[in-house]
Design a protein around this ligand. Structure first.
Ligand code: ADP
Ligand code: MG
Length: 350
């Protein structure tokens, strides 16, 4: 439905592996000073002066992490890069290079892989990252994409998950839950489409949700903003699995507890209206939805005046002693324990 049906289908076997790699990488223009040699030799050559190097990798498997029925390949390529860059930004670094490895079955024509790479190249351009290598192989069935991102930060700027202290404020960027709802909307449209292939998807009321699912943007701006504001978070993580599980990671690694306030969780109006329509709890969606690719961090209370006026940043709670545990304080002022799936009372209600 959302993807353009490719008219032309050029078999990959016509090009061969090397022809395909050349075809996908020959227009790359390197932009980072740290990239000495990109695609074309046995290894890329990178040079970082007086920096700490950040390396992160993610593997995406068709049928597990994405469904090509509603994920256009160009978006998939873009999103696969975002997922990785987000991890670099979560270390308070700058992303500089990626490598892309793909396994393809012969069900994919060249035009499909071109689409995938159009998304990858666009992400590299928008985020000023060089594509410096990868690997290409065949698979028996689905599509696999493995991206490794490389980034840099000054040693003094790197932020780990483990540095939060009691009384630190818990801050989140952007808003939460939209990506998960976008997927629910697309799932519903897919079922409608399967029942009636002539049905036109009606996504007008869900534009923001669908965009957050199909074209997420990693928060490249946040390490820059924090530097401008003169704030170094005490801990940071990106929100890939849902707010709840990321808070738990910070708490466990930092050996602290936390109080998260339900009424402070930032939600887009489309998230609120769609939760009403789908009869699901918006807090649950924010806590457990995932794929928001926002950043979650903690700061010293002394830094609060520096961030409080910023529209991208919302204080949603504070850290406590570890013995106090990890809690959500509901709108009704009830204290419920946070779990990786949301919170306990939700699980009991299921
Ligand atoms: P090798 O046999 O040494 O693994 P390859 O023939 O696989 O080399 O790759 C040749 C060059 O093309 C290398 O620089 C490699 O990093 C790059 N490359 C291979 N596959 C991809 C891909 N899917 N995307 C980007 N670069 C790739
Ligand atoms: Mg190879």
């Amino acid at each position: 439905m959302l993807d353009d049906k490719n008219k032309q289908r050029t078999s990959l076997s016509e090009l061969g592996e090397f022809g395909l790699i050349h075809h996908l990488t020959d227009q790359i223009k390197l932009t980072n000073k740290s990239t000495i040699k990109g695609v074309g030799d046995d290894a890329a050559v990178l040079e970082f002066k007086n920096k700490q190097v950040l390396v992160t990798t993610d593997l995406l498997v068709e049928g597990i992490h994405f469904d090509l029925a509603y994920m256009p390949l160009k978006h998939l390529g873009y999103k696969a890069v975002m997922v990785n860059l987000s991890d670099v930004y979560a270390m308070n670094g700058t992303a500089t290079q990626i490598t892309v490895s793909i396994a393809l079955s012969n069900r994919f024509p060249l035009e499909a892989i071109e689409e995938l790479y159009a998304g990858i190249h666009l992400a590299c351009k928008n985020y000023k990252v060089d594509l410096v290598g990868g690997d290409t192989t065949s698979s028996t069935k689905g599509l696999l994409i493995c991206i490794t991102a490389i980034g840099v930060a000054d040693k003094k700027d790197v932020v780990y998950r483990k540095g939060a202290r009691p009384n630190d404020l818990l801050v989140v960027t952007g808003d939460l839950g939209a990506s998960y709802l976008g997927m629910q909307v697309l799932e519903r449209e897919k079922q409608v489409f399967q029942a009636n292939p002539n049905a036109q998807p009606d996504l007008d009321n869900y534009t923001y949700l669908v965009e957050r699912q199909l074209k997420p943007e990693a928060r490249k701006d946040i390490p820059v903003l924090l530097k401008e504001l003169g704030v170094k978070p005490t801990s940071m993580i990106d929100i890939s699995d849902g707010l709840s599980s990321e808070i738990i990671h910070i708490c466990q690694q930092s050996k602290v507890g936390c109080s998260l306030f339900e009424d402070k969780i930032p939600l887009d109006p489309q998230v609120i209206s769609t939760c009403e329509e789908f009869k699901i709890d918006s807090t649950m969606v924010a806590l457990s939805g995932g794929e928001d690719y926002e950043l979650l961090f903690t700061i010293d209370t002394d830094d609060y005046p520096k961030i409080k006026a910023n529209p991208s940043l919302t204080v949603i709670g504070h850290m406590t002693d570890q013995q106090e545990g990890m809690h959500l304080i509901t709108r009704g002022n009830q204290k419920v324990e946070l779990t990786a799936q949301g919170w306990n009372s939700f699980l009991k209600n299921k």
